[in-house]
Write a protein that binds this ligand. Structure first.
Ligand code: SAH
Length: 642
């Protein structure tokens, strides 16, 4: 079946209608999935195999047949491990049809078709009985349903159901148990991903401070997990204020409850500082003894020799609802609240001489509501965007260039999503300057103007650029057009070229001597060798002795499909690489002129100046705000040997 799907092109802003086959979603899913990364995760695979062997042995020692239930079999890997370890029969459940089909092929190729039955269902649909999917309940439960937050992929409700309907009481589970750890830290760098810091502007009539609205100050933010490669965060960028504490454990061999709950731990501040962030990670014990442990602990908690690079499981950064000043030696309660799929944290001061009853009462005060953004900013700006807005060096470049281009009689139009440029421009320019902001997204962002008493100075126009009318601009022509540019729909660097398309659409409203800021942009490129990121795309061949080439072929096929061919967005500070070529400009875009009718393209050769494996090209944009003032969204500086 083919369907027509409408999709807005993030660069041009126009709707494109594309005929999509049934395989579109499938290719997207495979291309974005982390199957290759899991198969390359040696530490995970070896420990699963050890745990599975131990569980099969324990069941056999009891004189029982080993019947395995593998929920979320993917390639069939864990079932094949179980069959090799001597399991009598495996039920391999996989909800995603293309994966289930691949599992059938892989299982057959490896000669396990008589021992493994692949069932293409969600585990909650699986039936047990003589005519059911499973002949009988299993006595070994094997799963790998975890994400960086442990429970984000629905492990808890899946386990809850499996214990009720699919496995025997007292079954062996691999992994046997998961434990979640937390540590309270202060970090200006990471806090800047949640909070907007006041912006200081040196105006002609003295220093002005641009204040975030109180709604934003008190906003709990969003509940989506912030998962990052914490091992790339230098220790100079955070201060640990507590020891590592164990927040909660889940024993997978016993009935699991998925209903919302919370876990509270008392901790003592080991340093004075501002508690802002909770770092969290988990480990899994593959067997009850705890001898086979697979941990996500970051570098300062475990020896570096034990570090396994992986991208499918990282570490979590949770933002406390508000910053709490703590003193060394003070006692605090850290609470982890969770629902079926996500976790969030609270920190409360422990009261002097608190008794059991007080403690209970105290626990009742804990905010068990999942964080929901009330100020719109956390929905409009993602975490890297908050960080960008709090980058004072960057802000200074905008201030300097605005100062250059603004005149006392300027009529200014800003095209960017949720930009602070109009506020900066107001403080920098003379009061006669008129500002208009073109917003045409559904999210309104006038809170900021209100907080700074600028509602009557800055006019918000709700129209798409092509629908802008002279009346919106009070029949004035625009003398200064500004943009950062930033648009919430941008994923890849060049998507922000939408500014150029919008500029073209409003051409008839621009004065003949209009100044456009940025005046131009350029796309830059460098060939690199990644330290680890290559693994997420690299074919695996065999995994722990099992042939998984079918999976490699599927991934390769999906990576060749449509958008996946274009490029992938990655925050490169998390993925170290070394350059094999000098950085160079590959394309330039002149915003002072409309978008040309002809297609822009470039061709050429790159000189590789260093030996290494060229894994890919990294691309980024630089914006040239005004003469001699530029901001880079990529490479900040060149360092020798990197
Ligand atoms: N077991 C494999 C793959 C793990 S990825 C390995 O360890 O390499 C998890 C897989 O579980 C995904 O393919 C996903 O589609 C599937 N899945 C998740 N929850 C499921 C459920 N409740 N029932 C069936 N499949 C599930």
């Amino acid at each position: 079946m083919k369907t027509f799907c409408g999709r807005a092109n993030p660069t041009t802003g126009s709707m494109e209608w594309l005929e999509e086959g049934e395989d579109y979603d499938y290719h997207q899913e495979i291309a974005r999935s982390r199957y290759a990364d899991m198969l390359h995760d040696k530490d995970r695979n070896v420990k699963y195999y050890q745990g599975i062997r131990a569980a099969v042995s324990r069941v056999k020692e009891r004189g029982e047949k080993a019947i395995v239930l593998d929920i979320g079999t993917g390639t069939g890997l864990l079932s094949m491990m179980a069959a090799s370890a001597g399991a009598d029969f495996c039920y391999a459940i996989e909800v995603f049809k293309p994966m289930a089909n691949a599992a059938v092929k892989i299982v057959e190729k490896n000669g396990f078709s008589d021992k493994i039955k692949v069932i293409n269902k969600h585990s909650t649909e699986v039936t047990v009985g003589p005519d059911g999917d499973m002949q009988c309940r299993a006595n070994i439960l094997v799963t790998e349903l975890f994400d960086t937050e442990l429970i984000g992929e629905g492990a808890l409700p899946t386990y809850e159901h499996a214990h009720k309907y699919l496995v025997q009481e007292g079954c062996e589970a691999v992994p046997h148990r998961a434990t979640v750890y937390a540590q309270v830290v202060e970090s200006r760098r990471m806090w800047s991903w949640k909070k907007l810091f006041p912006v200081h502007v040196e105006a002609e009539d003295g220093e002005k401070i641009l204040v975030p609205p109180s709604e934003m100050e008190n906003c709990p933010g969003v509940s989506s997990v912030c998962d990052i490669q914490l091992n790339q965060m230098p220790s100079s960028d955070f201060n640990t204020l507590s020891d590592v504490v164990t927040m909660f454990s889940v024993d997978f061999s016993k009935p699991v409850e998925s209903a919302s709950t919370y876990y509270r731990v008392q901790l003592e501040a080991v340093k004075s500082g501002k508690a802002q962030i909770v770092f969290s990670w988990w480990d899994i014990d593959m067997d009850p003894s705890g001898m086979i442990n697979c941990t996500m602990a970051p570098y300062w908690v475990k020896p570096t020799s034990a570090l396994q690079w992986r991208d499918h499981w990282m570490q979590c950064v949770y933002f406390l609802p508000c910053e709490e000043p703590v003193l060394q030696g003070e006692k605090w309660y850290l609470t982890a609240c969770r629902d079926e799929y996500s976790v969030w944290y609270n920190l409360q001061r422990a009261r002097e001489g608190e008794n059991k009853a007080d403690e209970e009462e105290h626990a009742a005060d804990v905010c068990v509501e999942s964080p929901v953004c009330r100020c719109c900013a956390h929905v409009l700006w993602n975490r890297p965007r908050f960080g960008e807005l709090n980058d004072q060096t960057r802000t200074l470049q905008y201030i300097k260039s605005l100062r250059k281009v603004l005149k006392t009689d300027s009529v200014c139009l800003c095209i960017s999503d949720g930009s602070l440029l109009p506020v900066l421009a107001h403080y920098l320019g003379a009061k006669q300057v008129q500002y208009f902001v073109l917003f045409f997204r559904t999210l309104h962002f006038n809170l900021f103007f209100k907080a700074n008493h600028l509602e009557d100075k800055i006019k918000i126009i709700e129209a798409r650029p092509e629908l802008l009318k002279p009346s919106h601009l009070e029949d004035k022509k625009i003398s200064v057009l500004v943009g950062e540019p930033f648009f919430t729909t941008s994923l890849l660097p060049w998507h922000n070229l939408y500014f150029w398309y919008a500029r073209t659409a409003v051409s008839s409203h621009l004065a003949s001597n209009v100044t456009v800021l940025p005046q131009s942009a350029s796309l830059h490129m460098m060939i690199v060798e990644f330290q680890d990121l290559w693994r997420i795309r690299s074919p695996c061949g065999t995994c722990e002795g099992f042939d998984v080439q079918t999976m490699d072929d599927m991934i390769k096929d999906s990576l060749n499909f449509r958008e996946s061919k274009e490029a992938e967005p990655h925050p490169l500070w998390e993925y170290p690489c070394k350059s094999l070529s000098d950085p160079r400009e590959v394309l330039a875009f002149d915003f002072t002129k409309p978008v040309p009718q002809h297609c822009l393209s470039t061709e050429g050769s790159v000189k590789l100046s260093r030996k290494g494996k060229s894994h890919g090209a990294v691309l980024w944009m630089e914006y040239h705000l005004a003469a001699d003032i530029s901001v880079s969204t990529g490479l900040m500086q060149l360092s020798n040997g990197k």
